[in-house]
Design a binder for this molecule. Structure first.
Ligand code: SF4
Length: 278
């Protein structure tokens, strides 16, 4: 497993970006990519381990990273992404919850990532400390059972649905990450399964669904060359279909990280990402 040499006192990336609030407005959002312990799940396509620490995250480090990241932030929403699972105690030490919660409470909404295997009791103890709106992002990726298995998610569609129900009962909002495309599958089939996955995520109560075109990188166990290729125009057209399917029940965005900004369809996608109402 490849790791960059990172300091446990510095987030490896901080972004200030607008997010659609679902009412037609843009909300200023700071995303802190925390440097933390490697995720033990090890999904096939995941390349996030590159920016992680090989051992457990030292206590106090996450709070120092958040303070550093928030120095220049006037954002309303905060995303704390730790290249793993927020309720994994090796990644985010529970002893730091009170200090992290104190920082979260300066924001209207805080979004973290978590896998259903981690920390139902720890979720409750964290919720006891926060007064902000809390949202958990879960990487469902796809509802195609064979692909889900091949991705090594260690989660079935039913595990996801159960977890979605549990967090909803606790008053926590749900964000869902879906992947568009896996190696060896064509573009049409990829869009079709993302459509079915989107419907499932919305049925399970997702407030926001973020669709991520599969990208090459350090994941995919050497099969990245067999990924389908999506043009920006194709993505913009597919986004319109997904928005129609969602019919205002959830925010649906397409991740633009690998999309060329010089492409005319890029601004179409950017526009449709940000101006949604439900
Ligand atoms: S659960 Fe998330 S962070 Fe962990 S390996 Fe899978 S995709 Fe990567």
């Amino acid at each position: 497993m490849k790791h960059e040499r990172l300091s446990a006192d510095k987030p490896y990336l901080v972004l200030h970006e607008p997010e659609p609030d679902g009412q037609g407005s843009e909300i200023s959002t700071t995303t802190v990519f925390l440097t933390a312990s490697t995720c033990p799940i090890g999904c096939t396509m995941c390349d996030l381990h590159v920016n992680t620490l090989p051992g457990a995250t030292p206590s106090g480090a996450i709070t120092r990273q958040i303070d550093r990241a928030l120095k220049d932030s006037n954002a309303e929403w905060l995303k704390l992404y730790n290249s793993g699972n927020f309720f994994d105690p090796r990644s985010i030490p529970p002893v730091d919850y009170p200090a992290i919660a104190e920082r979260c409470n300066r924001f209207e909404r805080v979004i973290v990532e978590n896998h259903p295997q981690f920390g139902k009791r720890r979720l409750q103890s964290f919720l006891d400390l926060v007064s902000c709106r809390f949202e958990i992002a879960v990487g469902l990726e796809t509802v195609q059972p064979r692909w889900l298995n091949r991705l090594g998610k260690q989660m079935s569609r039913d595990d996801f649905s159960r977890y979605a129900g549990e967090i909803s009962q606790l008053g926590v909002d749900l964000r869902v990450f879906l992947i568009l495309g896996v190696p060896g599958i064509d573009v049409v089939e990829s869009v079709r399964w993302t459509r079915l996955s989107l419907r499932h995520a919305i049925t399970c109560g997702a407030r926001h669904v973020s669709i991520i075109p599969a990208r090459s990188g350090h994941g995919w166990s050497g099969q990245a060359g067999a990924l389908p290729e999506f043009s920006t125009t194709m993505l913009a057209d597919a986004h319109e279909t997904w928005l129609r399917d969602a019919d205002g029940r959830a925010v649906v965005t397409v991740d633009l990280w690998d999309v060329s900004v010089t492409d005319v369809a890029h601004s179409r996608l950017q526009q449709s990402n940000l101006t949604q109402r439900f």
